[in-house]
Design a protein around this ligand. Sequence first.
Ligand code: SF4
Length: 392
Amino acid sequence: MTANPGPGLYLHLPFCSSICPYCDFYVLTGDPARQRRFVDTLIAEISLCTGGRWPVVGAESPVEPFDTLYLGGGTPSILAAEELTRTLEALHRALPIDDDCWISLEANPEDVIPANLDAWRQLGVCFLSLGVQSFQQQNLDFLGRRHTAEQSHRSLELALGAGFHTVSADLIYGLPDQSREDWQHDLELALALGPQHLSCYQLTFHHGTPFGFRKERGELAELPEEAQAELFLLTHRFLAEKAFEGYEVSNFATGPEHRSCHNQKYWDHTPYLGLGPSAHSFAGHHRWWNRRKIKPWETRLEDGESPVESSEHLSPTDLAFERLILALRTADGLDLESFRSVYGVDLLSANLEVADRLQVDGLIRVDSGCLVPTTRGLAIADTLARSFDITE
Ligand code: SF4
């Protein structure tokens, strides 16, 4: 499956069985009754979009049907199959959705049982993303995960046998004192099971999380930057040797047909609509976001009002810079001619010295009309993007 031209749809389903100490998403715990109430409210938000009305974009509202749907969170797999079914039925009633819509669901290993796998397949999920994080018990214990190393293995095996087009495993690296060998062992254990996609994230101690507080108290230290960079390069080089294409900073696939079609929309400024507490949306020159916490989000909807908290209008320069930064986080890089025609900036001519220096330093190359980061460039994509002047 390749990138599609229609807009994308994101649903934020915020429930988790417990909150991991490093998580900085908007998540909460809640029993099935609370989850049912949440779905009722989400359906109310979906209904506000009936007829394909987007809350903020005015004349920029896309008319094509949605061709990707990302069920994220939180842990969408915690919701009962009937709640997910109700939600999808409401989406189909309210919004134009392509018959071939690419649907992705995030699942935690403890929810991966044959009955759930069947239900997710029935819903049309083609990309199942498993929050494995590690196959080693000591790492899972440190990360505060509820599942065991045995469940990491078993869930991936079960998912791979269930007939999804793509099964992805999320892994975390850069734990304090983690060695190259320890991280490579996790990658080897993942590859031995044969997923078509991997997402490998560096552990970050975000402010406001339990790990963040422990760091601020001096009880926990992040892996030094140099060691983090080494693990990043190891990840890309090791997976490339095993025929996994690193198509984005954190994402790897065995072929283009197994890439995340939905995430591609974030990277190339295709419009997307986000529903649920804290969800963000984008179209044309606008970005907007919902109330972050569930209570105010629910209160607005119970009053029949939009839960959008705020929006921003992006100037052509803002958009051009975002496009550059996002493109330099991908292995495809930036198509220079398309950038010139959309944003009116001839990037290389306007930045001859910078581009030369970055090429000599082995951080970028120009390939078939695209500005492409090398693997070392990918590691510092944001810094690379900031080196360029995009004001004409
Ligand atoms: S399972 Fe994922 S979303 Fe839920 S608390 Fe843990 S890291 Fe956050």
